[in-house]
Write a protein that binds this ligand. Structure first.
Ligand code: GLN
Length: 239
């Protein structure tokens, strides 16, 4: 189970998710506190962020441990945005370890990260008959393609996520489907089989596990969908 985190609010650096907080994703890459599946997240990492001057988000992904990339601290300190997403990966057994299997997956303005695992056969019906083109054989890339295919034809984000999660869980009762998706102006997250937390400040932090020990981290109930926008945060059950 990987770990992921996002920020929506006044512009901050990626370091605010990764290395500034005591238990940011850098620390979580080798010493996560709440991880139930996997011990370290050393199979890759990725960043995605939005720059008002660019039509699409910027992505940086590597198939190496976050701590092994000497350029990462400088990049994380310099990259600032009102919308950030970062992830560290512990590859599921049988999944390829490669850059294209590493979150965030992207399509146009959308970025997506997945914590969990799902049988690809359960996702196959969601990527056949639609314009979907998984970047990698990794289960997460298939889930991303299933979500992106629906967003591309204008399905609202909340509906696309609930539909894909419900169908994938139908096909694989043991699927773990924590998803984090952003289009730059909003952040949506699914809690399905693993932990998810939020912290409200002048914006909102959404994270697999708390990034620090400040008070105010709130768990998101399992099997629910969180939608964060400048108007606030709403959590609804997925049933
Ligand atoms: N199944 C995905 C992968 O192999 C995600 C793994 C995870 O959450 N640890 O990358």
């Amino acid at each position: 189970m990987c770990r992921h985190a996002a920020w929506l609010g006044p512009a901050r650096s990626l370091a605010s998710l990764v290395s500034d907080p005591e238990h940011g994703l850098l620390r979580q890459s080798y010493a996560p506190r709440l991880q139930r599946y996997g011990i370290v997240n050393a199979d890759g990492f990725g960043f995605g962020w939005y720059d008002a001057a660019l039509p699409e988000p910027v992505r940086y992904r590597r198939a190496v441990p976050m701590w092994a990339d000497a350029n990462m601290p400088g990049l994380a300190a310099a990259a600032r945005s009102s919308c950030l997403l970062a992830a560290v990966r512990s590859a599921t057994t049988g999944m390829p370890v490669e850059e294209t299997a590493t979150a965030p997956f992207a399509d146009g303005r959308w970025l997506l990260s997945h914590n969990g695992r799902v049988r690809r056969e359960a996702v196959r019906p969601l990527v056949t008959g639609v314009e979907a083109d998984p970047e990698s054989a990794c289960d997460s890339a298939w889930l991303a393609a299933a979500v992106f295919a629906r967003l591309r034809v204008g399905v609202p984000l909340a509906d696309a996520l609930s539909l894909v999660v419900r169908e994938a869980a139908e096909g694989d009762r043991h699927a773990r489907l924590n998803l984090l998706v952003t289009g730059g102006a909003e952040v949506a997250a699914v809690a399905w089989g693993d932990t998810l937390f939020t912290h409200l400040e002048e914006g909102v932090l959404v994270s697999s596990e708390p990034l620090d020990d400040r008070p105010g981290w709130r768990p998101v109930p399992d099997r629910s969908l969180l939608l964060a926008s400048p108007d606030g945060v709403a959590v609804t059950p997925i049933d």
